[in-house]
Design a protein around this ligand. Sequence first.
Ligand code: NIG
Ligand code: FE
Length: 419
Amino acid sequence: MPDWLITGCSELLTLRGPIPRRGRALRELGIIRDGAILVRDDRIAAVGPRRRIERLRGARRAEKLNLDGRVVLPGFVDSHTHLIFPGSRAAEYEQRIAGATYEQIAKSGGGILSSVRKLRAASAADLKSQAHKHLRSFAAHGTTTLEAKTGYGLDFANELKTLEIMRELRLEQPLDIATTFMGGHVVPPEYRKRPNDYADLVARIWIPYVARTGLAQYCDVFCDRGAFNVRQAEHILAAGLVCGLTPRIHAEQLAHTGAARLAVKLRAASADHLEKINTADIKALAKSDVVCTLLPGCCFHHGIPHDAPARELIDAGAIVALATDFNPGTSPTVNMQMILSLACTQLRMTPAEAIVAATINPAFSLRRNQRTGSLEPGKIADIAIFDVADYREIPYYFGVNTCWMTIKRGAIIHPRQPI
Ligand code: NIG
Ligand code: FE
């Protein structure tokens, strides 16, 4: 492959700087105006002002890509998705608009359990082809790395079926996928009366097996009202830790349960949602290395005000990230640009904070910050190019896909046709 020289960037957001970013550092984008990037094979060979990069050996022979004043970012890192699921829950969406709540629908057997019933009945081939379609859409919106959780199988065979699909997807398409085992999503119907037995089964039998196979790197639990309590969540996540699966937690989404404090206690990579945290939680999270992953797509989709205290978390010094939470029940979007828009208007984050929270901080939460999340020499050439002249226009044009090109490991993956 010839080297590539990318020029004509009105703003090149390198995201170089401290990792992870907290407090004021969350606004550091490392912007180079009229910058250039030299890409060699799958890596970034050089980044800097155009005049300097153009003079480098290799730059003259390189294939040129002139961006005519567009904005360049590291590809988005979406650190929280439920990628594998069997179709939408559009009927529930309509029920909620008519007044039913997410928890009422779940109690009557809908919600997560309706996706579980359908996933168990679905063939792996069908689930995989749906996931391929979603992954193409992630790429088209500028995402180059994502995390994906199991949790719609909730029996051994179907959790493994999901993990195996993820393994195949890693080989069959270009995006990087970090896998999380989430047997602890909700209690399946077979164990409705024996939730402790189910938590014990996940902790003692499934987790050691999953860890041995190397099919997942992370373990997650939905620790909330209607799902698992703190004791059960700790049992599952501690078992994961012993086997080498790093904890992530769905924490304080529907009710305050103490899950955020559990994340701090277990030194989880990430505590996600956090809509119902209190001042003491904010202090504890801010002192820790737990990444606070906010998911504003959920409240938007449910039509409720977003109350995750992003400003308080940032001002207290917490590590904040943003993610889609792509799933059929609470956040059916693959579009990180829309998440940036929601972060700005609903969480009062600045566009710069939102971009840091969508790139280098989530890369840290996935322990991939050495490879991706910023545009620096030696890192993988994961690049998203936007058809705007000012980076603030990415969240500003809400609901519009301004992603003009996505490059993964030095190869153009969007648009898929040559332009
Ligand atoms: O992150 N809260 C738990 N899990 C998902 C929702 C999953 C679903 O409703 O299917 C979430 O919001
Ligand atoms: Fe989730």
